[in-house]
Design a protein around this ligand. Structure first.
Ligand code: GLN
Length: 283
């Protein structure tokens, strides 16, 4: 019995090594054991006595089959960390990226009273802001019903108040169909050009929602134009528009916002020192 945990750990590594290499396979094994069974890395390495029931073995086997096929660990676990909290995720929503956490920080520095997150996905940006700024009114839009359900669940689980709406910001009517005004509009919209797909990791292409990722090659700024239109009409005077961008188009995005009359335009680097965010203020 004492060896059971060690055997399980070895089996996970053995099964995952051909696809991921031994180092990544070990990391996946530790993450899986910790997140699903509450067994820490130290406990694994120190040979803690831990028995696995038949159900646990069967469940683990199913997780391993998903990982062997290349499914991202976050979808297998059904959760992903973001800004110190754990968010439920499914293939209906993008897995929150660590670099996107800076977008939350940029918004928090302003302490806006009312915030709209466009294309909320799992809700990670809107919910993090609502949790960090409890006095703020936070709204979030998405075009996908499935994403909105997950975002809603995340808000409830994390005790954050966010008002979610189904909206398509590419529809002209969306820009004027309500009277709400915001002191901040934030977005991490789809920004990867179709032609860039060939440079992307296979697991992203195979499992993550293309709706949340891609824009046509001939119109890489599609969503930023819609956001600039929306912000022109729905931001309060002095309000902030704050977006994540494709590194290949950060400068163009800044220029686009300038052409819409926004001021105080700033390009901000992400945690990998890549120019990634554009911040602009409505005059
Ligand atoms: N940063 C994400 C990626 O690298 C894409 C996010 C987006 O399209 N908004 O896959």
């Amino acid at each position: 019995m004492k060896e059971e945990l060690d055997n399980v750990y070895r089996r996970i590594r053995e099964l995952l090594s051909p696809r991921y290499g031994t180092q990544e396979a070990s990391a996946l094994a530790f993450a899986l054991l910790e997140d699903k069974y509450g067994i820490s890395r130290t406990e694994v390495l120190c040979g803690k006595a831990r028995a696995f029931s038949l159900e646990e073995h069967q469940e683990l086997e199913a997780f391993l089959q998903q990982l062997v096929k290349g499914e991202p660990l976050q979808y297998v676990l059904g959760q992903a960390p973001f800004f110190g909290r754990s968010f439920k995720v499914s293939p209906a929503v993008l897995i929150p990226r660590p670099e996107t956490e800076a977008l939350v920080e940029i918004v928090m520095q302003e302490s806006p009273e009312s915030i709209l997150d466009c294309g909320t996905g799992s809700g990670c940006i809107a919910i993090s802001i609502a949790a960090e700024l409890p006095a703020a009114h936070v709204s979030a839009w998405d075009i996908s019903d499935e994403a909105l359900l997950i975002a809603q669940e995340n808000a409830v689980a994390l005790g954050a108040t966010v008002s979610f709406r189904k909206k398509d910001i590419l529809k002209e009517s969306t820009l004027d169909d309500a009277l709400d005004r915001y002191s901040c509009i934030v977005s991490n919209p789809p920004y990867i050009c179709d032609r860039e797909a060939s440079e992307m990791e296979q697991h992203v292409l195979d499992y993550e929602p293309h709706l949340a990722l891609f824009v046509p090659d001939q119109d890489p700024l599609l969503f930023y134009r819609a956001l600039a239109e929306l912000a022109s009409r729905r931001l309060l005077e002095g309000g902030l528009l704050c977006v994540e961008t494709n590194r290949a188009y950060t400068q163009e995005t800044a220029e686009l916002f300038a052409s819409y009359g926004f001021g105080e335009i700033e390009i901000i680097e992400d945690c990998f020192s890549v120019p990634r965010f554009v911040k602009a203020r409505k005059a």
